[in-house]
Design a binder for this molecule. Structure first.
Ligand SMILES: C[S@@+](CC[C@H](N)C(=O)[O-])C[C@H]1O[C@@H](n2cnc3c(N)ncnc32)[C@H](O)[C@@H]1O
Length: 472
């Protein structure tokens, strides 16, 4: 008796994409398996190559579109000379529809992992994209959503050519333009330089200032020509630009001085600053200044935040204002606010200033806490270094704000939130999956999810931000 040959990676298959799920995948079925397919739009019939095959599921990438969705547009990466780069999962979808697909994927995760139904979740456009789409409806298929990143990392290959990593691979693809970056980072032109001995560069653009961090490969010295060529580009820019170097020492595992291992926004493990490798300021102050503008019920609020050039700040050019605005609104009526994972103090300072209430902020990175203290000198605010997941008790507050990294808060933190005296939790999340898991823990222990708002603060990628309020 003959049997159909078992599917293997490399096989070409035809798929009908049923719906959108997390990480930018469309979901299809093929010969008894669930297939997660990239580069497709729900409703489409595509030909795809299987990239990974397991017993009950497989991964695939679209190679040809047989019946296109009306929401399919020309892959924007082609116009950037950046075909195949990863991290821009909706490069081929019109921008408003990409938001609907993210909302569909997040609702599925909230239901499956969090047992949460009927939130009516929408993902709202950030003001810049909203304006671009309103000014020119055609922009939704082309330029809207393509110039928002104030923080960008370029990988550098062994020959010193900068670029972006290919999807699912370490291969560096040279680019004609810095994808998704705010114009000033593209204008620097660092992606056109040869940068020997570097393994990556971090680019930061903030209010009237910016910074570039050069990361050398482990065991190599900085190449003076690379430093000179980058410094020359920074010298041509308006505003204050800093140039920094982080040596590529291998990260120490355990031992003293290593600092707590944490997850950054993208989920990659990072060492607490200062423990693993040295950050050296080659030019400028080594700091950037961010400016927050908010319209609050009490009137306009403007604040400057200084932070270290490599310190955490919300990435989308509108993100700080959008998230701070939503958190200020959600914290209305609070008498004392605790901000967990507070970074340089953005949310704590916005809430403290808008509602004139005392705030406490806790965060693992000492440099961020030093910045938060300086940024809150005019407020009734108290900031301290702490590993949130190791706290046995939380400081007293009636409203607790938390904005954990992509890995979410986890059981120890949700238990501490439950044990606290807080009546309201304002949870800011950049990952619907880990948020859904934490939401289930909170609702299982007596909290009710009162609201969940989505914001497209990572346009054209699979990610979004969520601001949710739990009450009890
Ligand atoms: C998404 S950022 C939020 C920062 C801040 N809310 C803001 O908007 O600028 C998460 C922060 O959590 C910190 N962090 C990550 N893991 C931590 C942990 N286990 N304990 C304390 N802080 C942590 C990171 O250093 C980072 O500053």
């Amino acid at each position: 008796m003959s049997r159909a040959a078992e599917a293997v990676a490399g096989d070409a298959v035809e798929l009908t994409v049923d719906k959108q799920v997390g990480e930018g995948y469309g979901l299809a079925r093929h010969e008894g398996r669930v297939v997660f397919v990239s580069g497709a739009v729900p409703g489409e019939r595509v030909r795809a190559e299987l990239t990974q095959v397991k017993k009950h599921l497989a991964y695939a990438r679209t190679t040809d579109v047989l019946q296109p969705s009306p929401h399919r547009v020309a892959d924007r990466r082609l116009s950037w000379g950046a075909a195949g780069i990863g991290g821009i999962e909706f490069a081929h979808v019109d921008l408003p529809h990409s938001r609907e697909l993210k909302a569909e994927a997040a609702a599925e995760q909230l239901s499956r992992l969090g047992g949460i139904e009927g939130t009516g979740l929408r993902i709202a456009a950030a003001p810049s994209e909203h304006a671009a789409e309103a000014a020119d409806p055609g922009a939704a298929a082309t330029t809207a959503g393509t110039a928002w990143r104030t923080r960008v990392q370029l990988a550098v290959d062994a020959d010193g050519t900068p670029g972006m990593r290919a999807a699912g691979s370490h291969t560096v693809i040279p680019v004609d333009t810095v994808p998704l970056a705010v114009p000033v980072l593209d204008d620097l032109g660092l992606h056109t330089l040869r940068l020997p001995r570097l393994e990556r560069i971090e680019l930061t653009a903030s209010h009237a200032s910016g910074a570039v961090v050069l990361h050398t490969r482990p065991g190599t010295e900085l190449d003076p020509r690379a430093v000179e060529s980058v410094a020359a580009r920074l010298g041509e820019q308006d505003g204050q630009w800093s140039l920094l170097h982080r040596s590529g020492q291998p990260v120490r595992r355990g031992g003293r001085g290593g600092g707590p291992a944490m997850r950054n926004r993208g989920g990659a493990a990072v060492r607490n600053r200062g423990g693993s490798s040295r950050l050296e300021v080659l030019a400028g102050t080594g700091e950037v200044t961010e400016r927050l503008h908010l319209d609050t019920p009490g009137g306009p609020l403007g604040r400057d935040f200084r932070l270290r050039a490599d310190g955490f700040w919300q990435v989308h050019v509108d993100a700080a204002a959008v998230l701070a605005g939503a958190v200020v609104e959600a914290a209305a009526g609070a008498s004392r606010v605790l901000d967990l994972y507070c970074g340089a103090g953005l949310l704590a300072c916005a809430v403290g200033a808008a509602h004139e209430v005392p705030v406490t902020g806790l965060e693992g990175a000492p440099e961020a806490i030093a910045a938060a203290r300086a940024n809150s000198a005019d407020l009734d605010a108290d900031f301290a270094v702490a590993r949130i997941d190791r706290l046995s008790e939380l400081p007293a507050a009636d409203v607790i704000v938390l904005d954990p990294p992509r890995a979410g808060a986890g059981r120890a933190v949700t238990d501490a939130l439950t044990a606290s005296g807080a009546e309201r939790i304002v949870y800011v999340s950049c990952d619907a999956g880990t948020f859904a898991r934490d939401a289930r823990a909170l609702t299982d222990s007596g909290f009710t999810l009162a609201s969940c708002r989505g914001f497209d603060l990572f346009p054209l990628t699979a990610h979004a931000e969520f601001v949710s309020v739990f009450t009890r």
